[in-house]
Design a protein around this ligand. Sequence first.
Ligand SMILES: Nc1nc2c(ncn2[C@@H]2O[C@H](COP(=O)(O)OP(=O)(O)O)[C@@H](O)[C@H]2O)c(=O)[nH]1
Ligand SMILES: [Mg+2]
Length: 239
Amino acid sequence: MPYRVVALVGYTNAGKSTLFNSLTRADVQAEDMLFATLDPTLRALTLPHGGKAMLSDTVGFISNLPTQLVAAFRATLEEVLEADIILHVRDISHEDAEAQQSDVDNVLRQLGIDVEAGAQILEVWNKIDRFAPEERDNLANIAARRPEESPVFMVSAVTGEGVDGLLAAIEQRLAATRITLDLSIDAADGAGISWLHRNAEVLVKELHDGHFDMTVRVDETKRDVVIDRFKAVLHAAEQ
Ligand SMILES: Nc1nc2c(ncn2[C@@H]2O[C@H](COP(=O)(O)OP(=O)(O)O)[C@@H](O)[C@H]2O)c(=O)[nH]1
Ligand SMILES: [Mg+2]
């Protein structure tokens, strides 16, 4: 199963590359080095419950990209089209933040992305560290009034504030392609139980006669491992 792709888009200087580093800060393992060598703008993204995705930093996404040029750039922007999630990174502290947003939306539209439906777009308000506490509260109030299907995430790519929440939201969005498994594990198998907590989202855990009945949700890529190791079976709802 191929990796799901999360693509960063946004105006120049919005903080895409800084957020790219911040989101992937823990990832310097061998497999990630391979990606890094192949393409410095692609890196493995580790999600809170152990799932993985690819994060793509769309270098040069926009800086007043004129309409005619979008066609020419289309090939390099193709990965954005194929992304499962698009993170639209905005410098919310910038005086032209609104105009920048419509510029980026226009480019996305020209790529054929349905900005209004926005199903796969998550808006990220970056650089919140630049605001005084009361200004931040104002922003948070505006953010809270957004409809559930088009949420915004307030972050600082520099301080790392809000980054965990963003990662959790990414994982939740990708959960549509995760699977749920039922298994039973000996309560004395501490290693197995802790493996499950690290690598899966434990939805149900009930103790019965010395074993735990568990329902866990895992990334599709871990499906076979969990089935083999724990004799897990697909959850009834997903059979
Ligand atoms: N204060 C602050 N500065 C940031 C933040 N994120 C990025 N920057 C700065 O904004 C500038 C542009 O960031 P960069 O990641 O290169 O933007 P990109 O062009 O979208 O990739 C750099 O000077 C960053 O240090 C943030 O959260 N807070
Ligand atoms: Mg950059």
